[in-house]
Design a protein around this ligand. Sequence first.
Ligand code: MIG
Length: 748
Amino acid sequence: MTCGRLLRYEIKNQTIHLHFEHLKARIEIITPKIVNVFAGFMSEEHRSKAIEVVKTIPCEVHVEERPDGLWILTDALRVRVCDDFKVDFLDEEEALVCEDYRGSRIPLKRVSEEYLKLLAEEGHRAGEADKEGGHLIEVVKTMTGSEHFYGLGDKTGYLDKRHYDYEMWNTDNPDPQVDTFKALYKSIPFFITLTDSHVYGLFFDNPYKSYFNMGQESDDYFWFGADQGNLDYYYIAGANMPQVLSGYMYLTGTAPLPQKWTLGYHQSRWGYVVQEDIQAIADGMREHDIPCDSIHLDIDYMRGYRDFTWDLTRYHNDPEGFLQKLSDRGFHMVCINDAGVKKEAGYDVYDEGVENGYFAKTPEGDVYINAVWPGEAAFPDFGNPKVREWWTDKMDFFVKKGIRGVWNDMNEPASFKGPLPDDVVFTDEDRPADHAAMHNVYGHLMSKATYEGLKKHDGRRPFVITRACFAGSQKYAMVWTGDNTSMWGHLQMAIPQLCNLGLSGMPFAGTDIGGFCADTTPELLARWIELGALSPFCRNHSAMGSRRQEPWVFGEEVLAIYRKYVKLRYRLIPYFYDLFFEEEKTGAPIMRPLVYEYEKDMVVRTCNDEFLIGSRILAAPVVQQGANHRMVYLPEGEWYDYWTREKITGPVWFVREAPLDTCPLYVKAGTVLPCMPEQSYVGEKPNDTLLLDVFPGEGEYDHYLDNGEDFAYRDGRYHQYHFTVKPDGTVETQIVHAGYEKPYERIL
Ligand code: MIG
């Protein structure tokens, strides 16, 4: 589509309205570093799910007509608008950073007409990209050659997304996830581009199915686009990756500080059917001395997979009593909840939904029915605020039982009888909308309702896990990466996948430790807990029918390794908690690819097998079957081997011995790690003692202490300790904020 010449423009506050021959568009300066580019094909407003309030910061905006276009100037950047709605971004020194591509495109048609005909005759549908012609909306940017792309949510494959193409369409595909998958469960249409000279972010705030071609089509350009919705994207400038990411988090919100126990170890399995199964797990954890804070109840606790029911026969008619006993032993119980509601007259949830028009409908106005676990099922219309309120109130069911977290599943939404047609009728707040518009935000809205429900009925910081989500869901839920497989490739993938989730604004994330589908092996489980114990979310979960994979099923050697790493995790919980405290303020991820901290170091731009926890711990886990050594790269600076305390100066490559019980770990010189005394669950012992593990050098560190459960910290009811580490290994402690009623009695 050609937009034609720029005929005229008007400036209203910080918005420049652009009138092209064939298109009306606008550019809005949100902050000096964040620019929105908008053309309303569907609506004149954003109608964003990711950004609930556009927090525009009043700032100086100048507009100049120059020979090469209309220039918009802020303190931090320049936007150049040219004919045909070409938009370029430059830095404050007017060096080009991100330019719309002006050259010709490679035709999308890659196969001959005859071949397409043949395919059609055989009943195959040609892939989207094989068809001639592009998308309604396409933003095509010039590739300079040095681009690396990060983010894009939970995509498979590697850290750097250059040369790959993806789709945003929340998808539950049961096949083992491989590099060629275009989409998984989550849609986060945001990425960070790092070049030799610059770094910037692009967030395409369009909830419809969208496409991201990161130089797969050509080395001259990359593009993103969609067939519906608005052209609505944000350019985010920054001096480095942390600044760019925090710009994105400024727009979409940070993840709130979680309850401290959620940072502990979680045990789960689809197939803990009766109370005795759960009892055995709880006993096993304590007997085998594996610290554990939570056991998750999968769909087996429900009565015939009906939401908000309990199969009482499996719990001796007293789930509350049973759950109370577990709670007394320090287990915080989490329940799964599915999106689809069983179609069954007489089942209250279904009846209420039908009566009030709370379910998605066919274009003819009937309740739309597909099938999920309970058989025929209807889908709550979470885009309707009334439906969210209804769901919010339903959380009372879990809270009354003593449940401490809700795990939202199947909310892509997944369906067994083919995908939901695009024209299924949902609601978008105050107006009807179709499935095409609401699909990618369905899990987001379900999570929002769940979050509000736990906040209302429990009052503590809601613990919501979700499989499907959209940009901005971090405000309401944390995520796991869905149904991975017990295979080495998926252990390897865990690193780039979790790192990219962090770079997509999803800091609280984890994989199913041991792998979900198929049978794990003793070696794989040992290596997986070594990585998993250092992931933001630490849960072992597996599928019904697969080999059991609790810590003790593979004998003493694996059990001892498992214990060692879960105990390490518990030691480091205060460190993880501090990272979340900071993350809520800045959006900085917990698990970070090395490039996030060392973006000038070319070695780490494509590093897939090491990661950082915060800025101070570097993990180089073994993710190869049979390996007992591995290459390690340490970026610039002084590091200590966590296990041997040997000092190593980076940048350096070396080989580290890594027998089955060793995950190579390094800590930056000048670090003090705040550590929790050993305990079998968070809060088993009074939190009156902090242990300091010091790695001599020069450094500063802030540590936070509060009650770990409610929102009192937001009223200043926390302690902030500031530690200064000296080269001789001594630590100076200052209390820079004193708001918590029970500060430490001992810092050792
Ligand atoms: O179609 O509830 O990803 O974690 O164990 C399978 C059973 C449904 C998918 C989830 C998985 C969970 C399983 N669920």
